[in-house]
Design a protein around this ligand. Structure first.
Ligand code: ADP
Length: 503
């Protein structure tokens, strides 16, 4: 008997409050990275025409949305948070199927979107400005936040619901309208989030989603005249190109890009805890986090013992389809990622000692997915390419060091500055490291991953361009503009800096 064809679900763009096909009718398949025979769905391969339509819708919706009192905008976010909570498990399953991360991490990703949605909703009754004295008598001075306008949001595949929520929720509470372009590998999770906002009662045109590739659907979002702000998370190469285009077009631009994060393990550290943290930091999400702990700088006195503990634990990790609750490490995202990671493993073999792993798993249960073994390089020189460049896969470099100063120097020797951490029992050393590590995030006795939504998220140096998402104060600074207001009630002309006010 012939096998019935599996019906592939098709998805649309959301423009002006309607789900619509792309103008040219072209679609692209989203494959499950754990099993590429499974098509997760068929998504629009949008072009500039769709982006134009989405931008027009966002432009049209802007005056009305801006005028909605922020506490009322917040009510929609509260409702969205409730719906997200109800659908958490379904959305996590969808995410694992399209992105590959293991289910418990996918649940965490959805939870982060829930946290961000409720957290931002609370801001509807704050959005604080401030008052301050004027230098003239009978004159009142204050400043308030106002919406930026139309925002373009471009997001990556590794946190397909969390990252869109970090950008969308603050943009919305501030009174902006937006167009989001999710990564081509993970549009479903972002569509799920947009559907929730639609269901929660967001007016048409306030949020629009256009699916497609970076060059076809992303690039037009960075240069369109009506766009006021571009918020991007992704690779440093793409982010730099986005920033160049946005700068030429006179747009505000916030970037979150790469990382090469370090855990420093001192000789007084709890080595079991450090090894557990390193495993989670290096191999969680198959190393595909911008905060992944890809370098472990270990004091020579405990180097051998630590490597033993790390290896012992790494050997127990089960690699496979993240929908199976027993799996610890899922696939990497696509063939391009496999090629890149295997390329770095080859480089590493010439630069250091391949201590564990190093191969692609491609038979049996792994046959149709993008699986790479957790890989440990030891005796890595701090300036080796594998210790300097972002690999974005389950590959970790262990680097010996002679003490705290050297560890900090090695830690800071990369071009990125996202996250770093130290394992030590000595509070003085922890504080020294905290002060001297030039990163946007720092942990003590914990790996380099695990950011919470209410603290600033972002990095120094090549990681970003000075903005921070997450924490309300810093993300409001991205998604709103200050307006300074002076009210002169003296009834006469008063000149700041010129009139001599008598004391
Ligand atoms: P990765 O290499 O990890 O896939 P990218 O930085 O290329 O990461 O992708 C991050 C996001 O940027 C994705 O949504 C992608 O489609 C988008 N993108 C890629 N190229 C461009 C571009 N030229 N302009 C705008 N967005 C782009």
């Amino acid at each position: 008997m012939a096998k019935a064809a599996v019906k592939i679900q098709t998805y649309k763009n959301f423009i002006g409050g309607r789900w619509v096909k792309p103008a040219n009718g072209q679609m692209m398949d989203n494959l499950n990275p754990a099993n590429t025979r499974e098509v997760v769905g068929r998504f629009p391969a949008s072009t500039a025409a769709d982006v134009d339509a989405a931008i027009s819708a966002a432009q049209e919706a802007l005056p009305r949305w801006k005028a909605v009192p922020a506490p009322k905008r917040a009510e929609i976010l509260y409702r969205a948070g409730e719906i997200l909570m109800q659908r958490k498990e379904k959305f996590a399953q969808d995410m694992t199927r399209e992105m590959g991360k293991v289910l418990k991490e996918a649940r965490g990703d959805v939870q982060e979107a829930i946290d961000m949605t409720f957290y931002t909703a609370g801001e509807g009754r704050r959005l604080h400005g401030y008052t301050t004295p004027s230098e003239m008598p009978n004159k009142f001075a204050m400043c308030v936040r106002q919406p930026i306008g139309l925002c373009s949001l471009i997001t990556p595949w590794n946190f397909p619901m969390a990252i869109p929520s970090w950008k969308m929720m603050p943009a919305l509470i501030c009174g902006n309208t937006l167009v989001i372009k999710p990564a081509e590998d993970t549009p479903l999770s972002t569509i799920n989030l947009v559907k929730v906002l639609e269901e929660a009662g967001l007016p048409p045109g306030v949020v629009n989603i256009v699916c497609g590739t970076g060059p076809e659907a992303g690039a037009p979002l960075t240069s369109h005249d009506a766009v006021r702000l571009v918020s991007f998370t992704g690779s440093t190469a793409t982010g730099t190109a986005v920033a160049e285009t946005a700068a030429r077009a006179g747009k505000i631009c916030s970037l979150e890009m790469g990382g090469k994060n370090v855990i420093m393990i001192m000789e007084d550290a709890d080595l079991d805890l450090a090894a557990e943290g390193a495993i989670w930091g290096a191999f969680g999400t198959s190393g595909q986090r911008c905060t992944a702990s890809s370098r472990l700088v270990v004091h020579k006195k405990v180097y051998k013992k630590f490597v033993e503990k790390l290896t012992e634990r790494a050997k127990t990790l089960r690699v496979g389809n993240g929908l199976d609750e027993k799996i610890d490490v899922g696939p990497v995202i696509n063939q391009k990622a496999v090629d890149k990671i295997l390329g770095y493993i080859l480089v590493g073999k010439h630069e250091a000692k391949l201590h564990l792993g190093g191969t692609q798993l491609a038979s049996g249960n792994h046959k149709h997915g993008f699986f790479i073994e957790p890989t440990i390089f030891t005796d890595v020189k701090p300036n080796a390419r594998i210790a300097q460049e972002e690999i974005f896969g389950p590959v970790v470099s262990v680097i010996p060091c002679g003490g705290l100063d050297e560890a900090i120097e090695i830690g800071n020797s990369v071009k990125y500055g996202l996250s770093s951490s130290i394992y030590t029992a000595d509070v003085n050393r922890a504080f020294h490291a905290m002060e001297r590590m030039h990163t946007g995030i720092f942990y003590v006795n914990s790996a380099t991953i695990g950011a919470e939504v209410h603290l600033p998220f972002g990095g120094t140096k090549a990681t970003g361009n000075g903005h921070r998402e997450g924490a309300m104060i810093s993300s409001l600074d991205i998604f709103s503009e200050w307006k300074s207001i002076y009210v002169d009630y003296s009834g006469k002309l008063q000149k700041a800096q010129i009139d001599d006010v008598q004391v």
